[in-house]
Design a binder for this molecule. Structure first.
Ligand code: GDP
Length: 390
């Protein structure tokens, strides 16, 4: 996946710096130049990258650091913090509450992945015990209802739509009413898209929003537009109260970093990213864990979240207790490998473990990775009990 390459380049730059015997101005500059190159390649805005390197140099004033200071650690921490700053919108998203009916309206251009993302969002919450439902208020694109119906049926999520009604507002209102009566707590309304931003799209969006009074409007955006995401997100925000953004197709485009940072610059929180066409190729987006994973430093909170989905309920408290205490033995790793094989896309899960970069699991080579895990497990099988505990 392309983001993994970005993360890989940055981690390699940091690693090379760590390998240097003495960290002086020259070594730091080389490291920052590498990071700059990687970020610009991912289409992150030049000014953001320049500010980031200036800040790092200011924080890491090599002359002022006493000899005893761990310069590597300080530089790594500064890079981590600055990357977080670039991606932080400075504002959290509204989160719907389980058990209380919420209406979530999806908006975005045609082809951005809106309909697919509606189902992914519903499926994600369903796995966490919510009662989601899908309403297709996209009357513009032929086949939109069939697509939603097909996805919803596959995920066993109730849906509502019409082949004959042409008024999206009426469908949206009827759908929301129907599912409120059925005690659904997450009613997701998929709206029409257009090929480009145009007045008719924004007007329709406004009308559906006015009639359904959504608790949250999610703007879905294709990452391939990179920095241009800033203008697109602003345009949608000006027409309807966008509360959160989902950036799709992060698996296929080199410009993902640019898109994420551009959205953050509009002060809209990105809440999920789409990383493939399948239902479970969908990840929660949280700035710090994301940067941590990007740099190969793992993401315990994401890992624990995944574990809760697959580990039997009675085994969860003990495991979570051990993990939260930082108690991670080979035996636990072995048991989790068994669970990982059940957890969904293997690359996604593996990148949550410290020391494993998502680069190790390139998309399309997951089968190979799966057999790698099985090989690790065989290696562990040959170890003594003491070895596994240590
Ligand atoms: P809509 O017109 O915005 O509703 O877009 P669709 O949901 O129909 O998606 C357009 C295309 O993008 C479809 O072929 C989807 O399978 C694909 N798609 C959606 N999300 C992702 C993603 O995260 N990664 C990849 N690779 N493809 C995606």
């Amino acid at each position: 996946m392309v983001l993994a390459q970005l993360g890989g380049s940055i981690s390699r730059a940091l690693q090379q710096m760590s390998n240097a015997t003495i960290i002086d101005e020259k070594v730091l500059n080389e490291c920052l130049n590498e990071i700059t190159r990687a970020l610009l390649q991912a289409d992150v805005q030049f000014k953001l990258v320049r500010d980031m390197t200036t800040n790092i140099k200011k924080i890491v004033n090599l002359d002022d650091l006493a000899a005893g200071h761990n310069k590597r650690r300080i530089i790594q921490q500064a890079v981590f913090n600055e990357l977080c700053k670039i991606l932080d919108p400075g504002k959290p998203s509204f989160t719907p509450k389980k058990g209380k009916p919420s209406v979530v309206m999806f908006v975005g251009l045609q082809g951005s992945g809106k309909t697919t993302t509606c189902t992914k969002y519903a499926y994600y919450h369903q796995k966490k015990g919510w009662k989601p439902a899908l309403v297709c208020a996209d009357t513009f694109r032929a086949g939109a209802f069939d697509q939603l119906k097909q996805n919803a049926t596959k995920a066993k999520i109730p849906f509502y739509g019409s082949y004959t009604e042409s008024d999206p507002v009426k469908i949206a209102v009827d759908g929301v009413e129907t599912f409120k009566k059925e005690n659904c707590d997450l009613i997701i309304v998929d709206t029409s898209g257009r090929h480009k931003q145009e007045a008719a799209l924004f007007e329709e969006m406004r009308q559906v929003a006015e009639a359904t009074k959504p608790d949250l409007v999610i703007f879905v955006m294709d990452s391939s537009i990179g920095q241009a995401a800033f203008d697109q997100a602003q345009a949608f925000k000006q027409s309807v109260a966008v509360g959160a953004v989902i950036v799709t197709k992060m698996d296929g485009h080199a410009k993902g970093g640019g898109a994420l940072s551009a959205v953050a610059a509009t002060k809209s929180p990105v809440i999920f990213i789409g990383t493939g066409e399948h239902m479970d190729e969908f990840e929660v987006f949280d700035v710090k864990p994301f940067v941590s994973r990007l740099l190969g430093m793992g993401d315990w909170s994401g890992f624990m979240d995944k574990i809760q989905e697959v580990v039997p309920m009675d085994q969860q408290p003990e495991l979570l207790q051990k993990l939260s205490e930082g108690h991670f033995t080979l035996r636990i790793m072995y048991e989790q490998f068994q669970n990982i094989l059940k957890m969904g896309p293997i690359g996604q899960v593996f990148s949550m473990l410290p020391g494993f970069s998502a680069e190790l699991m390139p998309k399309g080579r997951e089968k190979e990775s799966q057999s790698k895990i099985k090989r690790y497990m065989t290696m562990m099988d040959s170890m003594t009990n003491e070895g596994k505990i240590g």
